[in-house]
Design a protein. Structure first.
Length: 97
């Protein structure tokens, strides 16, 4: 599913500055939009029927592929990098090394 891949990629980019609650809200919005699309496609269908036919443990699934959105991305906040951040342009003195 390209939607799930896009949401996870977006979440990986913003995982250092965003909160998990924001990711949960985005997943909820995507879940409702996908459900609305399924409801329009299979017109006289209820939300209960959508959950029964198209979800596994509350996640949309089809042919063994499960929709995992942004909330599954681990938030990595305030990584400790030590006292110096290494870069390849640092000049080191070969005599003292």
């Amino acid at each position: 599913m390209t939607l799930g891949r896009s949401l996870r990629g977006w979440a990986n980019y913003f995982r250092h500055g965003s909160s998990s609650r924001c990711f949960q809200q985005i997943d909820y919005h995507a879940w409702k939009r996908i459900g609305g699309w399924i409801r329009r496609k299979h017109h006289p269908i209820s939300w209960r029927e959508i959950r029964r036919r198209f979800t596994i443990d509350g996640r949309y699934a089809h042919n063994g592929i499960t929709f995992h959105g942004a909330a599954n991305v681990k938030i990595d906040r305030y990584r400790y990098r030590g006292s110096k951040i290494p870069n390849p342009w640092t000049i080191t003195d070969p005599i003292t090394s």
